[in-house]
Design a protein around this ligand. Structure first.
Ligand SMILES: Nc1ncnc2c1ncn2[C@@H]1O[C@H](COP(=O)(O)OP(=O)(O)O)[C@@H](O)[C@H]1O
Ligand SMILES: O=P(O)(O)OC[C@H]1O[C@](O)(COP(=O)(O)O)[C@@H](O)[C@@H]1O
Ligand SMILES: [Mg+2]
Length: 347
């Protein structure tokens, strides 16, 4: 690891939490301490802690044993760093007063968009991609996704035994606002008879055909649906819970919506389960802990190299760094051939 003297870095976690955030923090903090290259402070609750100057110490002691803990020990929020008392001048002032040389921002596309605006204005920031949905471009996988898939698969295995016992159709709704990676992977792993993802609008007639064909073979049909899925006659994803703090529709409820429709159309008793935030909670998988630790270590190196405006990413098995613009350029959607491959086994 390059020695750049002591750099003081402020870490923040922003946006929805994801299992592995703590492992990123630990990876960066321990490496800085071990190599004598950097020390760290935390900003509480994402950009809020930065603009409101709400800091906490982040040394070896604070990160002891946290890579197996879900959530984030420094808190998260959806504060916009440009709103209220925020803005570039305020960020510079808080950094200067606290002797902070650089910021490590761990977040999804919203957080990285904010980070890009600040970096473009001269604030030294490096990024770490975070998304359970796995929807960020430029990184093959992000931590949290593997854990979410594991939790969803376990839930579906359980839904299948109760579904089999009653001969029911079970509908499982999983996360996935714009992309269907969690649905595709957990659905394949659990042997679902139907997988519905935001990238592929599907007719209700096609869904009932798959459900009926599975039932006719003596199976209890399992339908996996991503929260962002829309039927081919719907213009937007189903939303019935108002807006989030950033003004976006809160998704969820498509499973509950289609379950009675399936029952009415096929005569098969149908139940819906929404997995919701269970997918984001608790212990990260070993894969996510390793990925998150490596990303934290690499993000520190990115800062020591003064590679501002870059985020670290997993490409094949390597950790690389890419400009924010590249990461934000395009969503990591499920390619048609991956969906078509799974579709062969539907019904
Ligand atoms: N273009 C932007 N400019 C400034 N702040 C932004 C921008 N986009 C998002 N943000 C801030 O970053 C926060 C986190 O983004 P969000 O999309 O909610 O989570 P994530 O980073 O997980 O994708 C948002 O609530 C918002 O306050
Ligand atoms: O309930 P919250 O925190 O507003 O978040 C819900 C959204 O966050 C997500 O879990 C995605 O989070 P990521 O940004 O980690 O991909 C979506 O699947 C869901 O729509
Ligand atoms: Mg987001």
């Amino acid at each position: 690891m390059q020695q750049n003297g002591d750099m003081r870095i402020g870490i923040l976690t922003s946006g929805g939490d994801a299992p592995g955030l703590n492992a990123v923090i630990r990876g960066a903090v321990l490496t800085g301490s071990q190599t004598g290259t950097a020390d760290f402070v935390g900003f509480r609750d994402g950009w809020r802690g930065l603009v409101e100057e709400d800091l906490l110490p982040l040394g070896r002691h604070e990160v002891k044993g946290i890579s197996k803990q879900g959530g984030t020990i420094i808190g998260t929020s959806r504060t916009n760093p440009f709103e209220g008392i925020g803005g570039v001048d305020r960020v510079n002032e808080v950094m200067k007063r606290n002797g902070i040389d650089a910021i490590m921002a761990i977040g999804g596309e919203g957080t990285l968009a904010a980070a890009k605006r600040l970096t473009d204005a001269g604030v030294p920031i490096v990024g770490v991609p975070k998304t359970v949905d796995n929807d960020l471009g430029a990184t093959d996988y992000s931590f949290g996704f593997d854990t979410a898939v594991g939790i969803a698969t376990d839930a579906m295995d359980r839904l299948r035994t109760t579904g089999d016992s009653h001969g029911r159709c079970m509908v499982a709704e999983v996360m996935g606002r714009h992309v269907g990676w969690i649905a595709l992977h957990s659905g394949m792993a659990a042997g679902a008879h139907v997988i519905l993802i935001p990238e592929r609008k599907t007719s209700f007639a096609q869904i009932t055909e798959w459900v009926t064909s599975a039932k006719d073979r003596g199976r209890a049909p399992l339908v996996v649906v991503a929260e962002g899925f829309a039927l081919d006659n719907m213009s937007d994803a189903h939303s019935e819970r108002g807006l989030d703090t950033f003004g976006r529709p809160r998704l969820g409820g498509i499973g509950e919506m289609i379950a009675p429709m399936i029952e009415d159309a096929t005569g098969i008793e149908t139940r819906a389960t929404t997995l919701g935030h269970i997918q984001r909670g608790g212990t990260p998988s070993a894969f996510d802990r390793v990925l998150a630790t490596r990303l934290g270590m690499a993000a520190l190196q990115c800062a020591l190299d003064e590679n501002w405006g870059h985020m670290v990413a997993l490409q094949r098995t390597n950790i690389v760094s890419v400009p924010f613009a590249e990461a934000l350029g395009k969503l990591n959607t499920v390619p048609d051939d991956r969906y078509d491959e799974a579709r062969v086994l539907f019904g």
